[in-house]
Design a protein around this ligand. Structure first.
Ligand SMILES: NC(=O)c1ccc[n+]([C@@H]2O[C@H](COP(=O)([O-])OP(=O)(O)OC[C@H]3O[C@@H](n4cnc5c(N)ncnc54)[C@H](OP(=O)(O)O)[C@@H]3O)[C@@H](O)[C@H]2O)c1
Length: 225
């Protein structure tokens, strides 16, 4: 399969790209900074494109040039301009439809989920990382946008996020829970967010499966132990 990773030089993008190449798939990356490539991407098979997701024409060239089976959207909001995150992502949603791309997987964050008591994680107790509020509210906004505006448009989207503790080098176990809309913690009646946890390897393996053998669509899923 051919997979375009928007944000292919990021933590998730690099890990996922390596996994896809390992199993013989083709990978193309889109990101802004060329200078990050030698630091982040070691495999010369990754096809490299550069631009900003705010630039729809640059994205169109990327999608038209690659004609992927799946687009994975793995950018992150930036501290100084989190308000640019959703409009950039909406450009990707629109272009996936315009360019006839069969599937879109968005790498989201647990802060867009609901807490076990049904409140949004952003308002949940115990409070969590208050200083990130402006950045992290984009994830809930994006989930609402997809559910309200892209439910019936024909765009085959899936939002996926790992648990709060997504730890590199935790190893592949293949054993984790998948849940829709609500964070997974060990004890929902007395939640400790640090028990929301998964290794990068298991998170990436879930993304890989949803790319190569899609099972879910139009859902906001989280994966944790
Ligand atoms: N516990 C959790 O819920 C959890 C854990 C890990 C990751 N995540 C989520 O997964 C997503 C990806 O995280 P990450 O750690 O991989 O992020 P990251 O390391 O910051 O990587 C972001 C990638 O997107 C690119 N990018 C950023 N803004 C861009 C723009 N405007 N146009 C084009 N490319 C752009 C970056 O490259 P350039 O800067 O060169 O453009 C980079 O390749 C985030 O939303 C993050 O919250 C969630």
């Amino acid at each position: 399969m051919k997979v375009c990773i928007v944000g292919g030089t990021g933590n998730v993008g690099v890990f996922l790209g390596e996994e896809l190449l390992r199993f013989g798939h083709q990978v193309a990356s889109f990101s802004r900074r060329r200078e990050m490539v030698p630091v982040r991407i070691r495999d010369t098979r990754v096809r490299l494109w550069f631009g900003n997701i705010s630039d729809k024409e640059a994205l169109r060239e990327f999608f038209d040039g690659e004609k992927p089976d799946t687009v994975v959207l793995a950018t992150a909001p930036e501290r100084h301009c989190p308000e640019k995150y959703l409009p950039g992502h909406i450009n990707v949603f629109e272009l996936c439809k315009e360019c006839g791309i069969p599937r879109l997987i968005v790498c989201s964050n647990h802060m867009g989920l609901d807490a076990p008591d049904g409140r949004p994680m952003m308002e949940a107790k115990p409070p969590h990382f208050e200083w990130f509020v402006n950045i992290q509210k984009v994830y809930g906004e994006e989930a609402r946008y997809l559910k309200e505006k892209e439910m019936d448009t024909g765009l085959d989207w899936l939002l996926v996020c790992p648990g709060l503790q997504c730890v590199p080098f935790g190893g592949y176990t293949g054993v984790f829970r998948v849940q829709e809309d609500r964070i997974i913690v060990a004890d929902p009646d007395n939640p400790d967010w640090n028990t929301s946890r998964i290794s990068y390897e298991d998170y990436i393996s879930f993304l890989y499966k949803e790319i190569t053998e899609p099972k879910h669509s139009h859902q906001y899923l989280t994966v944790s132990y």
